[in-house]
Design a protein around this ligand. Structure first.
Ligand code: GRF
Length: 186
């Protein structure tokens, strides 16, 4: 599988720890200062840095991402905190092969800062969604969801901890299920 990540990389690390011995994992990162690169080094995972700052246009950057993805011929592309929207031609080429994790119960609280959005709205339940990626932001077919209850004593910080803990459990589990079912189809 190829994991695309731009930032902290805690989901990347959880996936590697759970599945690194079972599947070949490669990281593609778009930012040279991303902490996920340090995690990849520590975990001895091959990575490719495609630094968006080194491209003149977004189109050229996306083309480089596309080329790298095609080279890898992955069974699954996992967006784990990838902070850019993939252009539609990439989504189309890898239709039903790209998944994302989002820290809310979609379709509620799409986009950035979903945990904060849910907390500030005052919902009593939020959660985590794993979904296929399509052309619309956070709107592809839902694969799995799990619920987190927001207790009266929760703060944004404690809620974030709960959500991330759940992500780190749910995402590897769903990735494994998808790859296993692909094996069955072969
Ligand atoms: C996660 O909360 C994920 O749901 C969202 O971006 C965040 C990435 O965190 N898409 P990390 O980089 O894996 O720590």
């Amino acid at each position: 599988m190829v994991i695309l990540a731009s930032g902290n990389g805690s989901n990347f690390e959880a996936i590697v720890k759970a599945l690194g011995e079972k599947y070949i994992i490669k990281l593609i990162c778009d930012s040279k200062n991303a902490y996920v690169l340090k995690r990849a080094e520590k975990l001895k995972i091959a990575y490719r840095l495609i630094d968006y700052k080194r491209y003149r246009t977004r189109e050229e950057f996306d083309k480089a991402i596309f080329k790298e993805l095609k080279n890898e011929t992955p069974d699954l592309i996992v967006l784990a905190g990838y902070k850019k929207i993939l252009p539609s031609y990439i989504v189309d080429y890898f239709r039903n092969k790209i998944i994302n994790i989002h820290p809310s119960l979609l379709p509620a609280f799409k986009g950035l800062n979903a945990i904060k959005q849910a907390f500030e709205y005052g919902v009593k339940y939020t959660g985590v969604t794993v979904h296929y990626v399509n052309e619309e932001l956070d709107a592809g077919e839902i694969i799995a969801q799990e619920v987190v209850k927001i207790e009266n004593e929760d703060t944004l910080e404690t809620l974030e901890i709960k959500i991330h803990k759940l992500e780190h459990k749910l995402f590897p589990k769903i990735i494994d299920e998808i790859l296993q079912s692909q094996e069955g189809d072969k």
